[in-house]
Design a protein around this ligand. Sequence first.
Ligand code: PMV
Length: 338
Amino acid sequence: MRHNSPATALARGTGQAVAKAILLGEHTVVHGTPAIAIPLPALPVRAVARPAAGTEAGASGSFGFVAGAAAVAGDDRSGPRVAVEEALRRWGRGAETVEVVVYCDIPLARGLGSSAACAGAAVRAVADLYGRDLDPGELYDLVQCGEQVAHGRASGIDASAVLASGPIRFQSGSARPMPVGLDAALVIADTGVSGSTQQAVADVRRRLAADPRAARRLLNRAAALIDTGADALAAGQTPTLGSTMLEFQDLLGELGVSTPHIDTLVAAALAAGAHGAKLTGAGLGGCVLALTDTHAAAAVSAALRRAGAVQTWTVRTADLRAGALSLSASTPERGIPS
Ligand code: PMV
């Protein structure tokens, strides 16, 4: 329901976005290669915006912030707050103050796009509060303003994927739907370790800058792997996609963003029958993504937990293809306040 009168105490707006996983192309996408990502609707974020007065902060999994003219100077400049303040400024509402409460079911700093999803849900909630229709380009731009704070220099893949309705191929700021002809499963395993995207992106940038010719060779290799992976995903060639993921994991290791814990989880997934596995997102912790036949998904998921994953989720690629994404979690899902 739309609330066009934010001056009333009862006015509020709501917005949603979802988690994402990068199948291939993290880090190299910052330097111009394509990347493939999927939205994960069973890990949602919901935001509620009100004109400044009394927040709901405190519920499990939630955080709140005040954005706009009366926000406390020096207060936390989080990505979602930056995105909302940019929206207020662009909409000629820079003199106003809003309170936003974000209910986030996405584990933070695990490579699943929590910062972009929180910013997307928050901006959508503030737009709803003011009865504004947001076009996708404007929403993407606003989320990207927040992402530049969260990532240092963000490629835009997170901002695209957390707002997308299906798998995307992303390159240099634009996304297009990615065809999926695969009948397999993706198991996402949480290392339980927070990875700093900003640090990982900065480390990779330094490493590439140190040897530009080697960097060019590595980026060409990455682009070729992503093409191979995209073809395999569309044509339903699970073993080819799996081996491509493994090669991309090697490349991410060369970039210095894998860890012994991630390598252990990758090895455990392979030993349990996965076709391939790699880190997903920025690395230095975060999550591992394993590709497996659907009948082996439970065994791969159990092996990952035995090897130290704190939680796992399974996505069926058939659901990606149908555009009706679903996810089964190894841990009970947290409730989302309605
Ligand atoms: O770890 P996440 O979810 O923030 O993913 C970051 C993806 C990177 O390629 C490492 C950075 C970027 O902006 O593309």
